[in-house]
Design a protein around this ligand. Sequence first.
Ligand code: FAD
Length: 339
Amino acid sequence: MYQSSKTPKGDSHVSVIGAGIAGAWQALLFAQAGHAVTLHERSDEAMMLSTSHWAGGMLAPWCESEVSEPIISRLGLRALDLWRRELPDTPFNGSLVVAHSRDRNDFERFARLTSGHRRLDARGLAELEPSLEGRFRDGLFFAGEGHVEPRRVLPKLHERIIAAGGTIKFNSEPQPSDIDGIVIDCRGLSARYNQPELRGVKGELILIESDEVQLARPVRLIHPRWPLYVIPREDNLFMLGATSIEAEDTGVSVRSALELLGAAYAVHPAFAEARIVEFGSGLRPAFPDNLPRITIGKDNHIAVNGLYRHGFLIAPALAELTLAYVEHGRIDNEVMRCA
Ligand SMILES: Cc1cc2nc3c(=O)[nH]c(=O)nc-3n(C[C@H](O)[C@H](O)[C@H](O)COP(=O)(O)OP(=O)(O)OC[C@H]3O[C@@H](n4cnc5c(N)ncnc54)[C@H](O)[C@@H]3O)c2cc1C
């Protein structure tokens, strides 16, 4: 258990269940607002049982607008400000979108369906990412987008919760009905017993290591089936992601591995010499409409779930909405439902 020496200022105790990206942001904003917060997490500090552990961590509201509803952009744009405010060292180097000539039509479609980008010719691309010199005819640069490294940023958020006066209990697995006071249920897919509409959407990824390619930002490669991407991490690591499959098994199929590794090779042939560090997969918690939901239940129970493929992008904004509801009774009709 980790506890701050600060005395909580608020009189209402708030228990958050689940320390993934949704719960971490809820606990942080409530603790900062002066509530006595306890965050429960069934995993240990490594957070291996959370979907968040496996995520890409892209903060990409403009790119995501190709496939998502306007509410995701609204929440995502607000969340970018909150990421900047809480973790000012979050890299906002933008994102790049590139395509091979055979996927030209899909590339143009992507450009049409999104905003917030400017076109770069081959020279502009090479100036931005010297490793990509001569690789692509042109690209789209989304300058306002950012990315975080989930396995580094979750511990940072947990530290900030403690600094704000909150308490974190790892290896603690209560059910919402076990707890008095305000309960914010952020259990992701494990909340399915209470929210039977939830489903898991499998995302597979591969982590590779190479010191031959340097990238400063995520590079998305237009692909007929999935938006595949290469995200640079610290220590010469790159995450290759991510498939999107309506299945709840774990592991990575040979087909997906071939596509993910093929995407890396297509971005830069030097990735062929990279070392494979890890194969992994996570289940994105999703409602049938693939939209996030804050469910206001009885007995001070609030559930925040269905973050689907946008957890890192939208979690800060969802936490702000939950706080505004608890403190001022403010209802956001697009996101909130009464149970
Ligand atoms: C491959 C992949 C790539 C992705 N890339 C991105 C991306 O680039 N950008 C983006 O924004 N999103 C991305 N996502 C989506 C993002 O990961 C999810 O939306 C997000 O992780 C969901 O967060 P969550 O906190 O709701 O759930 P989780 O992260 O699963 O957290 C729920 C937590 O609750 C805990 N828990 C469950 N039951 C209990 C209990 N009874 N008591 C205590 N603790 C409990 C679990 O252990 C878990 O830690 C990606 C997902 C995948 C799989």
